[in-house]
Structures are given as structure tokens and as C-alpha cells.
Design a protein around this ligand. Structure first.
Ligand code: ZN
Length: 505
């Protein structure tokens, strides 16, 4: 057998090439969303699927297994958080996950995901659940097979699927935290609904010219620390952020001149993702040591800047004078208090992606409960619309008028992404917990924000989260940075303080 150090070096070289291949795919997808002419779609699909196939083949090749076996000996002599140990451990985890899935199942899943998404898009357009139901049945069955092949130490099939997005987390732990969060949020939202105070949201739908929106958003995200010499902001139908590689992180947004918040807060959100990409150690590019931890940790970075910073009074003490310069007329007669209340409006709504910071989490919990129930069989796909509507009534007091505004609204289940939804609320929970910890370490963040100083906070995130890559799992990182395991308390505290201030409840 080769010297473990030689095997490790060969592993790194292989990983870097695989990462380069993957980054070519990322660039193709970014181009598809922002630049590609409509007729280019067919050719682009062939390019993207070739890259995806080459990527998968290289990642699961027997060569990879040999490098991992050879480098495995290093683990015995190194602490678990050493770079080499992190890389070997994490690559092996992914390698074994992939190798456990029979090629026929992978192919069936990917075919079903493409056809299922097409059926879902049509079903949603016609608001006809029966068109999507057979595809949901097939997808649930395939995801059960996938979970059985992968297996989970806990014995809970959901954990096998969750592991793809949130390694180290478990459904039972998420359930523990959600069970604490849900009744408290339902109660808080009811109290807010009964409050005579209403947010003056009409000021957000005055005329906000797109060019001025873009100018303000660029100024704000430059100030919080997004590096435009290593990044871009473009327009696309759905906002997203993607890294192409070190020094090249691209985000997008869309502008609605009758809606201030849509673009501004999405740019803050995507910049939060972008600054995480920009803060990953570039010398470890292509290896787990230089990669992000999980979907939930990624989302914590975007939510922290979007909500905990971007909707705070202190942030707007710095930003509102600039907004007044850009928008002039639209903001005349709007007080600082009106503005703060309008951008922190809480009200139940049917669509998850339009939901405010408080009600959003109930949308996510409903989906988490239902996807677990679908996998276990306690809710059948045929019963999904009714089960969805029951929960919407219980949690948010609303009844969807049709399935397009109910269980057909999200793309996730049609594409097979079972286990993804909880990462959204995990992101909110992690964000609040990190923010409390940063506040303890850094002192008066508010006066820093009011003066337009965001470097201390970004520096804290760099040191405690970004610099580690995948060295620690999400649960470990939270405990290390905040001194305690994942808890509902910081997020609840934040939402309750805001509700008390704005709604007097
Ligand atoms: Zn996000």
C-alpha cells in the first residue's frame, strides 16, 4: 500500500479537479439564469448534465476509494480537527453515501425529479393536485428506498435524507426544538393579530425606481462587507447566490418598483450567503476544509444579515438617511418609527416565500411535519391537501382557497428534496443564537451599526464560522460559538422583543 501522505496528496489533487469541474457547472447555471438567450436551453441542458455525470463518476470512482483507504491511516495519528482528518472524514462520508445508492435508483430518482417537476409546474398552474399526486406517490416511494439504502444510525429513515443537507443533525433534535417554538409562535402571532396597532405597510409600495433601489442595495452590502472585487450583483427571475470559486461569488435579485422590500432584503440575504462564500479559506478550495458546513448554517448567515441586522433600528439609523437621498419623494413624511414598523410587519399569509420573519417558521414546521408523515406513511399523498389545510388553520388561522396556494406552492417535494425544509428554520435559529453570542463578545453592536460599522460583526462570523470550513458540524459549531446546544430561546427572545416594541403584546 502507498504511503498515507502520498495517498492524501493524490486525494487532494483529485478533489481539486472535481471542484473545478463542479465550478464550471456553477458558471453554466449562473449564465443560464442571468444571460442565456431562451433558445440556448436545450444545448445548456446537455452541457450541465455532462458536467454532472463527470462529477459523479469522478467522486465515486474506485480510484477515490483507493486514495481514501490509503490516506485513512493518517487519521490514527492526528486530532479530529486537523485539516487532513477533516478532509478524509468528510470525503469518506460523502463517498460512502454515494456508493450506497445503486446506479439504477440514482437514475430513477433523477428522471422522476425532472418529470415530477414538470408535472408539478403544470399542476400548480392549474391548481389541480390530482395531476401531481401520482408523481408525489412515486417520489415518496423512491425516497423511502433511498433512505433504506443509506441507513441512519438512529434508525429513523428521515435522518438518512436530512443528512444530505444538515450532517450531524437529527429529526428528533429538530423536533425537540420545534415543539418548543411552535406553540409559542402560534400564541405570539394570535396576540399580534389582536393588537390595535397595524404596521403602515403602504409606504413600502410607493414608487421606488429600480436604479435607485440597486444603488442603495449596492451601497448597503458593500458597507456590511460584501467584496465586489470578488463578486457581482445581477438581475434574475429568482434571487440566488452562487460561488464560482475563490474570488468569484455572484448574487442576483429582481426589482419591483412598487415594492421596496423585495429587492433590498433579498440582496442583504444573498450578500449574507455571499460573504460566507467569500470568508471560506481559499487555500482549501475544493476540499471539505474550504467548504461550507450545511444548508442550515449557510441560511443562518443570510438570515442574520437580512433580519437581525437589516431589520434593526440601528441599521436604519445608518441606512435611512441614504434611502431618503435616493428615493426623495417616496419617503417624504415617513418617520423613522413608521419605517421600522413597516419593514417588521407580522401577518399570517398563505405563501411561505412571502412570509415575514415570525410566521415564516410555522410554514416550515408544517412542511417538516408533513414530509415526515409522508415518508412514514401516516399521511398518504392523497390526503396531503387536507392535512396541509388543517395545519394552516391551526397554526396561522388561514384556509388556502386552492392547492396552488396550499400544498402545491413549493418545488421541493417535486424535485425529491425531502429533508431540506427544516434547514430554513434551523437557519433562523442558528442566526439568532450566533447573533446573541456575537453581542456578548462584541458589546454594543447597535451603536456600531448606527455608525455604519459592521466589520466587528463580520470579523466575528469569519473567526467563529467561515474560517472553519467543514471542520465542525452545525451542532458542534453552534455549541462552540454560543456555549450551548441548539435552542429555541434566542430566536423566540428576538421575535418577542420585536413584537412587544411594535405591537405592545
Ligand atoms: Zn438563503
Amino acid at each position: 500500500m502507498a504511503d498515507p501522505r502520498t495517498s492524501y496528496d493524490a486525494l487532494l489533487a483529485e478533489l481539486r479537479e472535481i471542484a473545478l469541474l463542479s465550478s464550471v457547472g456553477s458558471l453554466l447555471r449562473w449564465d443560464e439564469q442571468t444571460q442565456m438567450p431562451p433558445k440556448g436551453g436545450g444545448h445548456r441542458a446537455e452541457q450541465v448534465s455532462l458536467i454532472a455525470r463527470l462529477f459523479h463518476e469522478r467522486l465515486t470512482s474506485p480510484r477515490m476509494g483507493e486514495f481514501l483507504d490509503g490516506a485513512g491511516e493518517l487519521l490514527a495519528t492526528l486530532p479530529p480537527d486537523a485539516d487532513e482528518a477533516v478532509n478524509v472524514r468528510e470525503v469518506r462520508r460523502e463517498y460512502e453515501r454515494q456508493r450506497k445508492l445503486p446506479a439504477a435508483l440514482v437514475e430513477e430518482l433523477s428522471k422522476t425529479s425532472v418529470l415530477g417537476q414538470q408535472a408539478w409546474a403544470e399542476a400548480r398552474a392549474k391548481s389541480d393536485f390530482s395531476m401531481f399526486r401520482p408523481w408525489l406517490e412515486k417520489t415518496v416511494e423512491l425516497k423511502r428506498q433511498e433512505a433504506a439504502c443509506i441507513g441512519a444510525k438512529s434508525g429513523d429513515p428521515y435522518d438518512a435524507l436530512l443528512d444530505e443537507y444538515e450532517p450531524g443533525e437529527s429529526a428528533s433534535n429538530i423536533e425537540r426544538v420545534f415543539e418548543e417554538l411552535r406553540p409559542a409562535l402560534v400564541e405570539l402571532i394570535r396576540a399580534i393579530g389582536k393588537s390595535p396597532r397595524k404596521a403602515p405597510i403602504e409606504i413600502l409600495s410607493r414608487h421606488y425606481p429600480a436604479s435607485a433601489q440597486e444603488k442603495l442595495a449596492r451601497e448597503a452590502v458593500t458597507r456590511i462587507g460584501f467584496d465586489f472585487t470578488g463578486g457581482r450583483l445581477d438581475a434574475s427571475v429568482h434571487p440566488f447566490c452562487q460561488t464560482i470559486g475563490p474570488g468569484d461569488t455572484r448574487m442576483t435579485t429582481r426589482y419591483d418598483e412598487q415594492n421596496f422590500g423585495d429587492a433590498f432584503f433579498s440582496v442583504l440575504h444573498e450578500a449574507g450567503h455571499g460573504m460566507y462564500f467569500q470568508g471560506l479559506p481559499s487555500e482549501h478550495f475544493g476540499t471539505p476544509r474550504g467548504d461550507y458546513v450545511s444548508s442550515g448554517i449557510h441560511e443562518s448567515q443570510s438570515r442574520l444579515w437580512e433580519n437581525l441586522v437589516g431589520r434593526s433600528r440601528a441599521f436604519w439609523r445608518w441606512c435611512l438617511p441614504r434611502a431618503r437621498t435616493e428615493f426623495g419623494q417616496a419617503l417624504s413624511g415617513v418617520s423613522d418609527d413608521d419605517w421600522h414598523f413597516a419593514i417588521n410587519d407580522v401577518r399570517p399569509s398563505l405563501i411561505r416565500t412571502d412570509a415575514d420573519e415570525t410566521t415564516y417558521n410555522l410554514h416550515v414546521m408544517l412542511r417538516f411535519e408533513l414530509e415526515r408523515a409522508l415518508l412514514s406513511g401516516s399521511v398518504s399523498p392523497a390526503d396531503l391537501p387536507a392535512a396541509w389545510n388543517d395545519r394552516m388553520r391551526d397554526y396561522l388561522g388561514l384556509t388556502p382557497p386552492d392547492d396552488a396556494q396550499g400544498c402545491l406552492q413549493d418545488i421541493h417535494w417535486s424535485s425529491g428534496a425531502f429533508g431540506y425544509f427544516p434547514t430554513y428554520t434551523l437557519g433562523n435559529l442558528y442566526a439568532a443564537q450566533f447573533f446573541d453570542a456575537a453581542r456578548r463578545d462584541l458589546g454594543d453592536l447597535d451603536s456600531q451599526f448606527a455608525a455604519g460599522e459592521f466589520n466587528p460583526l463580520l470579523g466575528w462570523l469569519r473567526r467563529n464560522i467561515h474560517a472553519h470550513g467543514k471542520r465542525y458540524s452545525g451542532p458542534q459549531l453552534v455549541e462552540q460559538a454560543s456555549g450551548e446546544p441548539l435552542s429555541a430561546r434566542p430566536l423566540l427572545g428576538h421575535l418577542r422583543r420585536s413584537a412587544a416594541e411594535l405591537y405592545g403584546v
